[in-house]
Write a protein that binds this ligand. Structure first.
Ligand SMILES: [Zn+2]
Length: 262
């Protein structure tokens, strides 16, 4: 039976243990997190005035990369919206920016028509304006997925297999303890013992196996230590939930297609 247990939790990061799973499932989950969870990002920008040093295209690119807090329940992905992708209040959000130099223009100066969707990091600089320079634009944010463009990626996901360590008759225990770059071993009564707290840090480098001439063995298990770091658009737990939903939807779609096979 698959099991999941939280190891570490904060506002923008979650570490959990996925017990009794498979590398295939862990990788599917990782790929779904990075590429299938919809978040908001600016997709179009209509630049009315720009006398700054940066070209319109560069400003538009910078706007696209600003992470926006995402209210996933209130918006539809454009392709799945009732308007069929034409654009309506359920799938688009308008934002405006008006600035005059001399000043540094920050993300916080972007005005959003929806208070739930705004730049995650208010202090991200967009452009520096000199005296007399102006920037005026209207932008549209939509939901999208990391598979389309990295700007819609909700965060970073990675995992490693939890190791299981076998310790045999080690000739030089101190050398084994020293060999580990993440301090997985302790020396106790001149014997090598595993430091359980540090065990999850092991990245299977194999240094202990080499130094001990194979007397210490590091085996991979079917437990995965999974880390998800959010860029700020969604809570890490919500990212995992949405990724699971995306996997589910794909399976449903596949089942429906298989039914059509004759
Ligand atoms: Zn729509």
């Amino acid at each position: 039976m698959m099991e999941i247990r939280a190891l570490e939790k904060s506002k923008d990061k979650i570490v959990f243990m996925l017990k009794d799973s498979t590398p295939t499932f862990a990788n599917s989950l990782r790929r779904a997190i990075v590429g299938e969870v919809p978040v908001m990002a600016i997709e179009n920008a209509e630049i009315r005035k720009n006398s700054s040093i940066l070209y319109d295209e560069i400003i538009a690119h910078r706007l696209g990369l600003l992470p926006l807090t995402t209210d996933i329940k209130s918006y539809n992905v454009p392709e799945k919206c009732k308007c069929e992708g034409k654009g309506c209040a359920r799938c688009q959000l308008g934002l405006t920016l008006k600035a005059k130099g001399p000043a540094m223009v920050y993300a916080s100066e972007i005005k959003s028509k929806d208070t739930a969707v705004k730049p995650v990091y208010p202090n991200m600089p967009i452009v520096k304006l000199l005296k007399g320079q102006q920037l005026e634009l209207e932008a549209t944010a939509v939901l999208g997925t990391g598979r389309q463009h990295a700007k819609w990626s909700p965060g970073l996901a990675f995992y490693k297999q939890k190791p299981e360590i076998e310790i045999g008759a080690v000739a030089e225990p101190a050398k084994v303890v020293e060999s580990c770059p993440v301090d997985v071993f302790d020396l106790k009564d001149n014997k090598v013992v595993v430091n359980k707290e540090n065990l999850t840090k092991c990245h299977l480098c194999g240094a202990c196996e080499d130094v001990s001439g194979g007397k210490v063995k590091v085996n991979k298990t079917n437990d995965f230590i999974f880390t998800v770091e959010s860029w700020g658009q969604l809570e890490p737990k919500v990212i995992v939930q949405e990724a699971s939903k995306a996997i589910n939807e794909k399976c449903d779609e596949f089942i429906a297609l298989v039914k059509q096979l004759s």
